[in-house]
Write a protein that binds this ligand. Structure first.
Ligand code: C2E
Ligand code: CA
Ligand code: CA
Length: 279
């Protein structure tokens, strides 16, 4: 008898129940976090981030849900749900902000990469009237790890179809650079840990992380990838990133992940204020 094991078993069972109920009762939501062009400060895209809006527990973050769902196989159903929500949300926010160019970046687990994914994405994007150029598939090195030829084929199909592929959490894995070489990647997302250490007190860490971010940006650009910095929280970080030529930023400095209705409200209010001050 181990109370600790019993505890985690119980927690896991609760998450499994929340997942099933969430799918049944439609509690899954795709929150949006804006992605901002660093040279113009304009919102050029959004990342869809899973939340489970539980009627009594409140809004649950994705971490544990995804871990459990990957083990039970529920990730496919959750992924499809988030995909639909993300596209529907993109349609609403594009209409409200009168912007039919902003892209939507969606996270995919390795287990969601089955051969039917490209064709399903193609069908969905045409059903929602979203140009494939506005879809970004975010993957991590876990998807590329085994150099699986099937994964390669799927990525090539995305590319042929006009979608872009972003490599998430860049710099944290084992051989990030070699993935740029071997796979059709269009966007590099520099991991938050590097952005955080740009402005730490410790001079050596600060210096080294600045060199790394500058270097990753230069290499990515040479490989014809654009660069997004994740976890931008301060103006100082943003200014450094700008100076290094990083293309886009995402983080609490600009906006938190939030329900799309809320984001529409703040974005259209801002647009109206700008319009009034010009008039
Ligand atoms: P990620 O793809 O690296 O997403 C970025 C995470 O950083 C998000 O956490 C976001 O809320 C958080 N973040 C954004 N800006 C800031 C900032 O300025 N400071 C800090 N400290 N954090 C920031 P979140 O929403 O908890 O998501 C965690 C992870 O769960 C994601 O990491 C992604 O790997 C996974 N995930 C989220 N949604 C989905 C989904 O629909 N499908 C799959 N397969 N995975 C998802
Ligand atoms: Ca991501
Ligand atoms: Ca990330």
């Amino acid at each position: 008898y181990d109370p600790l094991i019993q505890d985690t078993t119980r927690q896991r069972a609760a998450i499994e129940r929340d997942i099933e109920a969430g799918l049944e009762e439609d509690w899954f939501e795709a929150y949006f976090q804006p992605i901002v062009d660093l040279s113009s400060d304009r919102v050029v895209g959004y990342e869809a981030l899973l939340r489970l809006e539980h009627p009594t527990k409140g809004t649950l973050p994705p971490g544990n849900i995804i871990k459990v769902a990957e083990e039970t196989g529920a990730i496919t159903r959750i992924g499809n749900r988030i995909l639909e929500k993300a596209l529907a949300n993109l349609v609403s926010i594009s209409k409200a902000t009168k912007d039919d160019e902003a892209y939507i970046a969606i996270n995919f687990s390795p287990l969601q990469f089955d051969q039917t994914l490209p064709i399903r994405l193609a069908a969905l994007s045409s059903r929602y009237g979203i140009a494939p150029q506005r879809l970004v598939i975010e993957i991590t090195e876990a998807t590329l790890l085994h150099d699986n030829p099937q994964i390669r084929t799927i990525l090539d199909e995305f590319n042929r179809f006009g979608c872009r592929v972003a490599l998430d959490d860049f710099g944290t894995g084992y051989s990030s650079l070699s993935y740029l070489n071997r796979f059709p990647v269009d966007i590099v997302k520099i991991d938050q840990s590097f952005i955080r250490s740009l402005s730490v007190e410790e001079p050596e860490l600060q210096h080294k992380s600045r060199m790394l971010v500058e270097g990753i940006t230069a290499i990515s650009h040479k490989m014809e990838c654009s660069v997004v910095a994740e976890g931008v929280e301060t103006e100082e970080q943003r200014d450094i990133l700008r100076q290094f030529g990083v293309d886009r930023g995402q983080g609490y400095l600009f906006a938190r992940p939030q329900p799309v209705s809320q984001l529409i409200k703040t974005m259209t209010e801002k647009q109206n204020r700008r319009r009034n001050s010009v008039a």
